[in-house]
Design a protein. Structure first.
Length: 370
C-alpha cells in the first residue's frame, strides 16, 4: 500500500507538549486565570528574549496584531501602506480595516519576496509605511528596505507571520523595524492551539499604546482613552506557546534538514524549480514552495495519490475580488502573477520522515514526467 503524506502534521507537535500543557491548563481551570495573568506575562517575556526585542504584546490573532501595529505608528484613513502582491490577504486587510489604502508592488523572481526597487517607485506623498512580508520562512531584504524608509521618512511594519526564528543579514525577523506583527495560527512554525498573535517592538510607547488599544482602549478598568478593540491573547494559548517555544529551534532545525533533503531529492527532477534562499538568510522553511508548469494538473495528481499539497497563494492580492475597487489590472505585477499560476507547496513539518519525503518526490517526478 502506498504511503500517504499529510501536508502538515499538527498532532505530532501537540503530542510533544501535551503533558506539560495539560498540567498548566488544570491549574488554570482551578484558578480561573484565563485573561491576563502569569502565563501571558511569561510568554511575552520569553518571546521578547527569543526575538531580541524589548517588548512583546500578546494579541488575539495575527490580523489584529497587524492592524494594531499599523494604528500604533499612526497609520489612518487615506494613508498608503506599500506591501507585496504575493502575500496572504491579512497584510492588506489589516490596513483596510482602519481606512488605509494598500499599495501593492511586485516581488523578485528568485525568492518571491518584496522587490526594494518596486517600493521606491511606489512611494507618494500619502505613503505612511512599508509592510515587507517575511514569506515562506525567510526574511525580506530588510537591509535594502530600511535605507529606503529612512530616506523618505517612512515607518516599516514587518509581517513576520511565517518567520518565527528566521534571521537575515540585518538580524532576526520581528526585530528589524520599529514594530512587527506575527501570527501564531496553529500551522505556523510556532503555533497555538487556536488563533493567537503578537506585536514586537523596542518602542515602549508603541507597546503601551498597543496594549491599551487591544483592551478596548483602556489601561485602567472602565477608563477608555481610545476607541480600541478586544484583541487580547488568552492564557490558554500562552501556555501552548510557551511549551512550543522551548522546542522551536529544534523544530526549525528539523525543517531545515527536510528542506536540504528535498533539494537533493529534487535535483534530477525536471520541470521543478526549487526554492532559493537569499544570501545571509537563515530560513525556517515555514513552507517548501516549488514552481511547476501545469500546476493545477500536477496538484490534482498529487492529491489523488494521497499527497497533501497547498498553494500559497493562488491569486495575487491585487487581483482578488476584495480589492477590485483599487483598479489594479492583470499584468501590472507579472512576477507575482506568474508565480500564482506555478507555485506548489509540498508537505513540510518538523516530523516529516524520509519515507514520506521519498514518496512526495516520487509522485512529483511522475506527475511532471521526469
Amino acid at each position: 500500500m502506498s504511503i500517504t503524506v499529510p501536508f502538515l502534521d499538527l498532532a505530532a507537535q501537540q503530542a510533544e507538549v501535551a503533558d506539560e500543557v495539560l498540567a498548566v491548563w488544570r491549574q488554570q481551570l482551578t484558578s480561573a486565570s484565563f485573561i491576563g495573568g502569569p502565563e501571558i506575562d511569561a510568554f511575552e517575556s520569553e518571546y521578547a528574549e527569543y526575538i531580541g526585542v524589548e517588548h512583546v504584546v500578546g494579541i488575539s490573532n495575527g490580523t489584529d496584531a497587524l492592524e494594531l501595529a499599523y494604528r500604533a505608528i499612526g497609520v489612518g484613513p487615506g494613508d498608503e501602506v506599500i506591501m507585496p502582491a504575493n502575500t496572504f490577504i491579512a497584510t492588506a486587510e489589516a490596513a483596510s480595516r482602519i481606512g488605509a489604502v494598500p499599495v501593492f508592488v511586485d516581488v523578485d523572481d528568485e525568492y518571491l519576496l518584496i522587490d526594494p526597487d518596486a517600493i521606491e517607485a511606489a512611494i507618494t506623498s500619502r505613503t505612511k509605511a512599508i509592510a515587507p512580508v517575511h514569506l515562506f520562512g525567510q526574511t525580506a531584504p530588510m537591509e535594502l528596505i530600511a535605507p529606503i524608509a529612512a530616506k523618505h521618512g517612512l515607518d516599516v511594519v514587518e509581517d513576520a507571520a511565517q518567520s518565527q526564528g528566521a534571521s537575515g543579514p540585518a538580524g532576526r525577523a520581528g526585530a528589524l523595524s520599529r514594530v512587527a506583527a506575527t501570527s501564531f495560527y496553529p500551522g505556523k512554525n510556532l503555533g497555538a492551539a487556536g488563533d493567537a498573535g503578537a506585536v514586537m517592538t523596542d518602542d515602549a510607547a508603541v507597546a503601551a499604546l498597543i496594549r491599551n488599544l487591544a483592551a478596548h482602549g483602556s489601561s485602567v478598568k472602565y477608563v477608555h482613552d481610545h476607541v480600541g478593540m478586544n484583541a487580547r491573547l488568552d492564557a490558554v494559548q500562552a501556555t501552548v506557546l510557551r511549551a512550543k517555544l522551548r522546542r522551536l529551534d529544534g523544530w526549525n532545525a528539523a525543517r531545515r534538514a527536510a528542506a536540504d533533503r528535498y533539494r537533493d531529492l529534487l535535483d534530477d527532477v525536471e520541470g521543478v524549480r526549487r526554492p532559493a534562499m537569499r544570501p545571509g538568510n537563515e530560513d525556517v522553511w515555514h513552507l517548501y514552495v516549488v514552481r511547476v508548469h501545469e500546476r493545477d494538473r500536477v496538484m490534482a495528481e498529487l492529491t489523488a495519490a494521497g499527497i497533501g499539497v497547498g498553494i500559497h497563494y493562488p491569486t495575487a492580492v491585487h487581483l482578488t475580488e476584495a480589492y477590485e475597487w483599487l483598479g489594479y489590472r492583470r499584468g501590472q505585477f507579472p512576477i507575482a502573477e506568474a508565480a500564482a499560476d506555478q507555485i506548489l507547496s509540498l508537505p513540510m513539518f518538523p516530523h516529516i520522515t524520509e519515507d514520506q519525503q521519498d514518496r512526495v518526490v516520487e509522485t512529483v517526478s511522475a506527475a511532471t514526467g521526469s
